[in-house]
Design a protein around this ligand. Structure first.
Ligand code: NAD
Length: 243
């Protein structure tokens, strides 16, 4: 297995953190970034992972960062925000914010890393989408589902454009995964926290939530040499949500 230089956004907690740790444990060299510097500290202290503060909605910061980044073999774009509501509940600002965080950084970071990947004839792009996307209509996810479907469209177009250049691009589409943001959404949803938590579990046909490490396992596969025949895919990893 060859060692890859991997760049991960939103690695401070949840799925991004598990992916950074998974890639590092698989022997890859990881640069883990997040808006929240404090969350990154334990990645360095406990796992020896290189970290840097990066707010992916800051276009200038992305441009500066991209210049300093050096060669990247694997880009993992994980940052994302769940807006709750139907299309009737989404303001223009909500819709813009969802695209600015969930989609535009994937587009900008792809522009930053692709030229080097094409030159070296090797690269893997991994976007964290969701089952709530073009895979499935999920209630109250109008803005979120739009952005996660857009990520799949972007990923497939990159896969098609650079399929002969050694570049692969795939999306991971998780079902409901036990992360701090899910915990927050459960708390925000109403007074009966246990009932809200059970509602999230009940929508999973397997009757359980996914774990961040389970999502990380697929990211490690997609980054590695064994996945060299896989590109342009939107892979559901969802406890049966899309059966
Ligand atoms: P999380 O809230 O647990 O972690 C999100 C991280 O993103 C935090 O560390 C936060 O500091 C960081 N972040 C927020 N805004 C940022 C910004 N502007 N720039 C850089 N970092 C920023 O989230 P999670 O549940 O692990 O979700 C990660 C991704 O997985 C998201 O894209 C989400 O849509 C997707 N996803 C999650 C689930 C789920 O059930 N948890 C399901 C499907 C898809």
């Amino acid at each position: 297995m060859s060692t890859k230089r991997c760049f991960v956004t939103a690695a401070g907690q949840g799925i991004g953190r598990a992916i950074a740790i998974g890639l590092s444990e698989a022997g890859h060299q990881v640069v883990a970034t997040d808006r929240d510097e404090e969350l990154l500290q334990s990645l360095t202290a406990e796992h020896g992972i290189e970290t840097a503060a990066l707010d992916v909605t800051n276009t200038a910061a992305i441009a500066t960062f991209a210049e300093q980044l050096g060669n990247t073999d694997t880009l993992v774009h994980c940052a994302g925000f769940v807006h709750h509501g139907t299309v009737l509940d989404v303001s223009d600002d909500d819709y813009d914010f969802s695209f600015d965080l969930n989609v535009r950084p994937a587009f900008r970071l792809s522009q930053a890393v692709l030229p080097g990947m094409i030159e070296r004839k090797s690269g893997s792009l991994i976007f964290i989408s969701s089952v709530a996307s073009s895979l499935k209509g999920v209630p109250n996810r109008a803005a979120y589902g739009s952005t996660k479907a857009a990520l799949i469209g972007l990923s497939k177009s990159i896969a098609a454009d650079f399929v002969r250049d050694g570049v692969r691009s795939n999306c991971i589409c998780p079902g409901t995964v036990e992360t701090p943001s899910l915990g927050q959404r459960i708390e925000d949803a109403g007074p009966d926290v246990e009932k809200q938590r059970q509602a999230f579990i009940d929508r999973q046909p397997m009757g359980r939530l996914g774990q961040p490490a389970e999502i990380a396992g697929l990211a490690v596969y997609l980054a590695g040499d064994n996945a060299e025949f896989m590109t342009g895919q939107a892979i559901a990893l969802d406890g049966g949500f899309t059966i």
